[in-house]
Design a protein around this ligand. Sequence first.
Ligand code: PMP
Length: 389
Amino acid sequence: PGIFDALAQQPADPLLSVIGAFRSDPRPEKIDLGVGVFRTESGDTPVFRAMKAAERRLLETQATKAYLGPEGDIGFFEALRPVLFGAADPRERVFGLQTPGGTGALRLAAELVALARPGARVFVGTPTWPNHPPILKKTGLEQVSYRHFDPETQAVCFDEVLAALETAGAGDVALLQVCCHNPTGADFARDQWKEIARILGRRGVLPLLDLAYQGLGEGLDADAAGVRIVLEQVPAALIAYSCDKNFGLYRERTGALFGVAANGEGARVAHSNVLAIARAAWSMPPDHGAAAARVILEDPALAADWRAELASMRDRIVSMRELLGTIDPAFAPLTRQHGMFSTLPLSPEQVLRLREEFAVYMPNSGRINVAGLTRANVEPFVRAVKSVM
Ligand code: PMP
């Protein structure tokens, strides 16, 4: 028998088949709401202007590609700190490093928890980003799920969130998406964050905050409010940060893990542990995206241009949501959601009908990428959805 014969076939990523089916569809009116990348009105996912400029600068000035070490580009990490924490930076209590995307940061955070508290349970609201459960599973941590979102009301099930967190014990973990919830767009309001923060603080629960879309919801500071509010109530936290959407870096795999410990000594010990885990996992993160993001953040003119372009992307997403609500009141709840994603209350059969009869593409879950809508296709999209509902 072959050495790999004991392996079971694994399911393909469901989004890949949507992408493939969309590509081979000859109908010119086809609409792709599947892939999770930002799109302009003309359907492109461009490189940011400031990123192009930063990359040119790197090309001209970078004198070596010698190893940096498991922390990656520390200048990048430091430049990102004020964007994340604002005036609430916990200073010497902060530790962390550059990671291969938000995914690398999440995996590292989970590995750190598994090392520090092998019996910890991780509380995860459903639905969530489909990669959350497998990342946590790899580290052996037990997962407890509860309902985050009700597709019928299109809103957060806040009572259920609170009830679940009230059952978490000291040392358990709450994995919470900070803004632009994937796949529902249903975020916590500031007052809700305050209630969550009080429970986490009172019960000694460690927040693992996933921030993958800062700036694409309501603005850079507003989108980080959850982090800042939670940090007022808890002694320690982990924040998995992705620059792949808000710097348009995607395939460059750019992110960071930020940790906050109870004190400076705790931060130093935790830091040595994340470095050791990173060294054994990927040794060091890919450089290019983080180096270019650092160039942007360290240059006031490039940083201002980055913020402006990010704001225009956010405006486009908001205006598509508003257009949906204007065209049909049934879509009004989507105007109260944030970021690129919403999940429509559609069955897999309805999703299939949308694909076959109307050339509207989305995964079976009913998740749509609002950035795939345009002024031209939003009306036919609404009509198609109404006719299968
Ligand atoms: N968290 C969430 C909620 C996400 O949606 C994503 C990416 N789609 C990530 C983390 C990971 O991002 P990255 O591509 O930087 O690994």
